[in-house]
Design a binder for this molecule. Sequence first.
Ligand SMILES: Cc1cc2nc3c(=O)[nH]c(=O)nc-3n(C[C@H](O)[C@H](O)[C@H](O)COP(=O)(O)OP(=O)(O)OC[C@H]3O[C@@H](n4cnc5c(N)ncnc54)[C@H](O)[C@@H]3O)c2cc1C
Length: 449
Amino acid sequence: MQIVVGGGLTGLFAARYLQSCGEKVILLEQAPELGGLFKGLPGPNGDSCEGNAFCIGIRYGLTTGVEAIDTLLFEDADERYVSYTESLPEGNYYNGQLNNNTGCIDVRSLPPTLYQKGIVELIEAEGVNGEEKNKREVLINQYGKTFTEEVYGKAVKKIFGLSLEDFEVNGALSLISPRLVAFDSRASLELKKVARLNGLLGYTKKTDNPQSEIKKYFPKNGSTGLWIRDLTQRIESNGGVIYSGVGIKSVQTSEGKVSTVALDDGQELECTNVIWTAPLIHLARLLDVTVPSERPRFLNTGIYNLVVDQPPLSETHWITVYDQEFKSYRLTLYSNISPVKDVGQGYRISIEVLDEREIEEAELRIALRQELVDLGILPKGYKVLWDDFIEFPNAWPVSLTGKDFVDDQAQIIRKHVDNVFMTGRGIKGQYFQLPILLHTHEMLSKHFG
Ligand SMILES: Cc1cc2nc3c(=O)[nH]c(=O)nc-3n(C[C@H](O)[C@H](O)[C@H](O)COP(=O)(O)OP(=O)(O)OC[C@H]3O[C@@H](n4cnc5c(N)ncnc54)[C@H](O)[C@@H]3O)c2cc1C
């Protein structure tokens, strides 16, 4: 019996994959619901999967380009989900301006003298030389001093509450667009032919983006919860057993292998292997193994879900807000994503807030509602028909060093037990679904075929 721990996307994929290799699977999820950061959140009709439901993090399932993964994750998806192959309509708000053409920060909205100084420095920058002592020096060598300070310095302050010097050379500014829009469409396309500038410049218009091989799936009517429900049902209909809402009390080991997993409700499960997709610190505690507890600081994420009476004024799917005076970090405009418009039941909008908040929730809700008008997303006088605020502690790591603390933990655990496969959020320093799925597939396919 293969035991998969954690019922987020990684655990569900692992269970599907093992079943496709002919293995018997038990999946353990400590929360009452499956899905982890992909689970749905209920909207006004109380359903977390269908109708006016919401999502937590990413709104799309993304294909990986590896057939074995995509077939297991997206069986029948073309009928039940809307899919996109083109680049997604993303926008950003920077320097007092809403740009509906790109998710990249548009530096053309800077005051003309700063903008001109910035582009000269960007073109003349010599690139990194390996002598840099912190992230600020890295960025200066890539983008020049003006854009480093005006754009990245301020965005880092807003998002992480830190300065660029706080990040070591390899520290990850993961929530900030790494590319700038600095020119019109034609000039950007030309300059992107220069290898050094290609990584620094974004496309000015969505239509300039080359077609991607990656397909994005979003439920025609509902949230990512629907996808999770589909995957769960497939695991069960293939004979998989899922326990949710139950924790692991202890594990027994024998000759360097986990042999039994005991649950809080008294059940004891014998196992051949364990596929661990939950935080490794839990596994280390169960094994009584000391692992480094030093880890990145995490940002708590607040998600404010609203249903409003007016359609959004922007046609984008989501908008990232970089200006410091706004509390909103990213807005998702659901009625632009799904072709089944929310008409008749209002329009769904989510606002992600990323900070260690010192403000009362009621006050925050009022501020965020006002920001929807100030950002130009909704007209003045719009009405909120329904709202809900949910907090997710420890959602995003602030990796000051870029150091892979999860892999350090995995290495130590591996010395004690050799039948535990470790993957999931954080592995190899990855927090996005694509690299995590690729890693999981590579690891499992080596062992299980
Ligand atoms: C606000 C936000 C926005 C995001 N946006 C994007 C994006 O744009 N693009 C992208 O690719 N990714 C995005 N992500 C990240 C994406 O959601 C994750 O990469 C993905 O969900 C990771 O899945 P996972 O299964 O590895 O981890 P998780 O979803 O964290 O699942 C782990 C599961 O393990 C369970 N668990 C924990 N401890 C135990 C235990 N001891 N026993 C049993 N079960 C346990 C948890 O309850 C959870 O269900 C975003 C995340 C957030 C928070």
